[in-house]
Design a protein around this ligand. Structure first.
Ligand code: C2E
Ligand code: CA
Ligand code: CA
Ligand code: CA
Length: 279
């Protein structure tokens, strides 16, 4: 038994070590990313269906790595969560997003709102509510201008405590969105109790919506459910006019995806030709 283990180890050793080494190096860099100001925020428009205007923008983190270039969250967010760095990174995202929002408001873009991704780990860190309150107070933005996007996994760990925190945030006026809806743990009972203002239909239901009646049935059911619970519905990953058409026909209220606008740095968001509502 031990021998076959050794053999397996010997067989995998060179590549495993290289992978593990790269991984450790990146993790080490990640610890420095925040103090060295290498993290940046991009913004992707969320448009009112069918043809705008822009209702909000989702805040998406990137890491400008000195050697590897601009890294997407899939390259580092899971590590940041495992290494306990996500709370500091998440706090920075909240503050930087509020600062940017304040700049847009100061420029008279009065209907601007932002959607911020919040990791389940951040939710369970006991200072999330205070961090958010501090950031909105510091930058003078109303909590209702922020939508906090949580995935269904928030319900997995300590559902009662998660629910209590979400209810606190909701009472303070923050909007709550259930991200990637339909892909994870979804207890309908939990959904009923959740103070969510919005459901985001995961891209996996959108990709083939124009080809598969089955996917349309699922999207239609999610929309009916959201409506009954008085939630808004955002479809993510809209890439083609055919997908957009189906989503609008099925009653989706907001659309997000490359068709409507890719994630861009702040200064390009409003230059892209997506003026926010009313301005
Ligand atoms: P998400 O919350 O589901 O965000 C949507 C992702 O889909 C983004 O990827 C976005 O760039 C991408 N996307 C948007 N439109 C389209 C489209 O039409 N087609 C396709 N194929 N993709 C589209 P991104 O920016 O790489 O972010 C990936 C994930 O990383 C996000 O998924 C979110 O879970 C996480 N993330 C991003 N920023 C943050 C952050 O500040 N904090 C935390 N905790 N997580 C973040
Ligand atoms: Ca999201
Ligand atoms: Ca999403
Ligand atoms: Ca998704």
């Amino acid at each position: 038994h031990a021998k076959s283990g050794e053999q397996a180890y010997a067989f995998f050793e060179p590549s495993m070590n290289a992978l593990a080494r790269d991984h450790l190096l990146l993790l080490n860099d990640l610890r420095q990313a925040l103090p060295r100001q290498q993290l940046v925020l991009h913004y992707q428009p969320i448009m009112r269906a069918p043809d705008g205007p822009m209702a909000a923008a989702e805040v998406l983190i990137r890491w400008q790595h000195p050697q590897h270039g601009l890294l997407l969250p899939e390259a580092f967010i899971a590590d940041a969560e495992r290494a306990g760095l996500i709370v500091d990174i998440g706090n920075w995202v909240i503050d930087a997003a509020c600062r940017q929002l304040r700049q847009w408001l100061d420029r008279g873009i009065s209907h601007m709102r932002l959607a911020i991704n919040v990791s389940a780990i951040q939710l369970h860190y006991d200072r999330l509510v205070e961090t958010l309150q501090t950031a909105v107070a510091r930058h003078g933005v109303e909590p209702s201008r922020l939508t906090l996007e949580f995935t269904e996994s928030v319900a997995m760990k300590d559902p009662e405590r998660s629910l209590a925190i979400l209810q606190r945030l909701h009472r303070l006026g923050f909007r709550i969105s259930l991200d990637d809806f339909g892909t994870g743990y979804s207890s309908l009972l939990y959904l009923k109790q959740l103070p969510a203002t919005e459901l985001k239909i995961d891209r996996s239901f959108v990709t083939e919506i124009d080809q598969r009646a089955h996917d349309r049935t699922i999207v239609s059911a999610i929309i009916a459910l959201a409506r009954q619970l008085q939630m808004e519905i955002v479809a993510e990953g809209v890439e083609t006019p055919a997908q957009k058409q189906w989503l609008c026909d099925l009653g989706c209220t907001f659309l997000q995806g490359y068709l409507l606008g890719v994630p861009v740095p702040a200064d390009l968001l409003l230059a892209e030709g997506h003026p926010p509502a009313g301005d």
